[in-house]
Ligand binder design. Structure first.
Ligand code: ATP
Length: 602
């Protein structure tokens, strides 16, 4: 795991591993010396045979510190488990309940978070009875509100996703949404944060034992040993040193490891290059602006919406990606741009302007994206920050990446707004996005891409939200920009007619895979894949008999979790044979700029 290569998390991992080993072996190796009473060695300071001295029964303190590792870690683990059992369900509630219930649940979490945790732990420990059980319960309940808050935040990010909305619309029960849709998608960051919570519990439990509210004799954990050692700290300071160092090191270990893991989890999934894709990538990287090899996107739970996608886009070329809804078009674009949301895992090779993205540092990646990539989404409102003036947003690109002063960057922003035919650009630059119409917002997004020298434009259904006339203007503008700047453009659309007009080449996706690639001139009459032909046939034209129902493709596309051995389209295909059900056809070249994945292709 890349996060563990940095020094701090690595040190944390080593410490945690060491303490876990100690917890397992400590009582076995030093259990007897820790329990051996020696009347001749009562309350001794450090000596070669007792480096941390002895206690009031002459027992070796070093051995006791080592043996106490097991109980200290075990109690911390139990209290963390209680925090999880209470905190996670509480945290999921606000994203599942109807608005009023959600507000109440969020209010409860806020109130609990505001309550001092240690006070709650002490109160519970006293009420539940002095001893390890009360302390664990107290610390567990004290940690629950923070975990509930963390879960609430993570669940909120998932609760707005399309697939949770779709499950709601389909009438899936709240419990099932929580268990099947929300929890699996937040489990990873949640569990990684648990390491941090374990460190906190360890400290808290040691604190309770130190105050006499935790573990009681004859049992002992580090906190208890610290309490006993502190009674004689002025005479034999080393008696308190052993448990203090153990508590400090173990808590630091868990915190360093937890922070490293949590940081790694919060990043958007980056491209992980696998060796085969990487080699192929190096061979072709020099040819185009964009080279994609073996790109796959997987989500926990077995969903792989994008599978082994390979494509190239040359300078000045517009390549359309078409396919039914859910075929993986948008995720392919997001993976190329490095924007796949957590917990998506991207594998394969992506090269932009000859640079292998997986080999770049996060900083280099940000710079390359900021200067070479322009991204247009379906809803321009989500690309433009509603709280910032449009001019300032455009200018930000140049102050960040081109080293321009604010004034110069703003002048460039006004110029680019003019370039995309926005009337009165100086005045418009001072406005917020809500004052722009949908078409103007998409123009402003294109202008933002033009602040640098875009080498690649990714346009994900940029005109779907616009009316037909504005749609045409934006498509013309996109073509002009590509012609002028020589940028490569990846144009994603489910509208095959628009793709046919705008693009030079078409890539057809089905169930996460590229099934055909062909020049746009061949799309209508020269497609080789039955799916492409069915897509084209479902497009009405001037000769279509309006009195008849429009042609549709019967059946449904397999979901991202389904991946049988054969062709994914076989069940819907008129030409399918036994061979199609038995084996998946490879994507093979069958002419210049043409590839197809079909056993029955002519
Ligand atoms: N964050 C996610 N977690 C899990 N699955 C996801 C996530 N985002 C998308 N998917 C799934 O991946 C599949 C492909 O989605 P994608 O958005 O790429 O399809 P698309 O071809 O662009 O469809 P559309 O034309 O409707 O936008 C879908 O089944 C979708 O539910």
């Amino acid at each position: 795991m890349r996060a563990l290569r940095s020094p701090a998390p690595l040190a944390g991992l080593l410490l945690v591993t060491g303490f876990v080993a100690l917890a397992l072996l400590g009582p076995v190796l030093w259990g007897q010396s820790a329990a051996r009473i020696d009347d001749a060695a009562i309350l001794q300071g450090h000596s070669p045979s007792h480096p941390f001295g002895t206690d009031n029964l002459g027992r070796d303190l070093l051995a006791r510190v080592l043996v106490a590792t097991r109980l200290s870690l075990l109690l911390a683990a139990l209290s963390t488990a209680i925090s999880l059992i209470v905190g996670v369900p509480l945290g999921v509630l606000p994203s599942l309940l109807p608005p009023r219930g959600a507000r109440a649940a969020a209010g409860v979490i806020n109130a609990l978070v505001a309550f001092p945790g240690l006070l709650l732990a002490m109160f519970t420990a006293i009420v539940a009875g002095l001893g390890a059980r009360g302390a664990v319960l107290g610390m567990g309940l004290a940690g629950a509100p923070m975990l509930a808050r963390l879960t609430q935040t993570l669940a909120a990010s998932v609760a707005n996703s399309d697939y949770v909305s779709a499950a709601r619309v389909l009438g899936v029960s709240r419990r099932r949404i929580a268990l099947r849709h929300v929890l699996p998608n937040i489990a990873e960051p949640l569990l990684l944060n648990v390491t941090l919570i374990l460190g906190g519990s360890l400290l808290g439990l040691a604190g309770l034992s130190f105050l006499g509210l935790g573990v009681q004799p004859p049992d002992y954990d580090w906190g208890r040993l610290l309490l006993e050692g502190l009674n004689r700290v002025y005479v034999d300071p080393e008696a308190a040193l052993g448990p203090a160092v153990a508590i400090g090191l173990a808590a630091a270990g868990f915190n360093l490891l937890g922070e490293g893991l949590a940081k790694a989890a919060s990043r958007t999934a980056s491209v992980v290059r696998d060796a085969a894709a990487g080699e192929a990538l190096e061979q072709v990287a020099s040819q185009g602006v964009l080279s994609v090899r073996g790109l796959s996107v997987a989500f926990p739970g077995g969903a792989v919406p994008v599978r082994e996608v390979c494509l190239d886009v040359a300078p000045g070329e517009i390549v359309g990606i078409v396919g039914e809804s859910g075929s993986g078009k948008s995720l392919t674009a997001l993976a190329i741009a490095g924007l796949v949301p957590h917990p998506g895992r991207v594998t394969g090779g992506v090269s932009l302007c000859g640079q292998d993205l997986s080999a770049l540092s996060p900083r280099e990646l940000r710079r390359l994206r900021g200067t070479s990539l322009a991204m247009m989404f379906q809803d321009p409102m989500t690309t433009l920050n509603p709280a910032m003036r449009v001019g300032a947003q455009l200018a930000e690109v140049s102050t960040t990446h081109h080293g321009l002063s604010r004034k110069d960057a703003l002048t460039r922003a006004v110029d680019r707004l003019r370039r995309v035919s926005i009337a009165r650009p100086r005045e418009r630059a001072r406005q917020h996005p809500h004052a722009f119409s949908g078409g103007m917002r998409q123009r402003a997004v294109i202008a933002m891409g033009l602040m640098g020298t875009p080498r690649l434009v990714i346009a994900d259904e940029p005109t779907t939200a616009l009316d037909v006339t504005v749609q045409r203007q934006i498509l013309c503008l996109l073509r002009e920009v590509t012609d002028e700047t020589g940028a490569a453009t990846l144009f994603i659309s489910h509208d095959i007619a628009v793709v046919g007009e705008l693009c030079h080449r078409v890539v057809v996706m089905y169930a996460g895979r590229v099934v055909e690639e062909l020049p746009v001139e061949d799309l209508v009459s020269g497609a080789a894949h039955p799916y492409t032909r069915a897509l084209v046939a479902s497009l009405p034209d001037m000769d279509t008999d309006r009195s008849l129902p429009l042609a549709t493709i019967p059946g449904r596309q397999p979901s991202p979790t389904e991946d049988g051995p054969g062709c994914a389209f076989a069940a819907r295909c008129d030409l399918a044979t036994e061979r199609c059900a038995a084996g998946r056809p490879p994507l093979v070249r069958y002419g210049p700029e043409r590839r197809v994945a079909c056993w029955e292709a002519p």
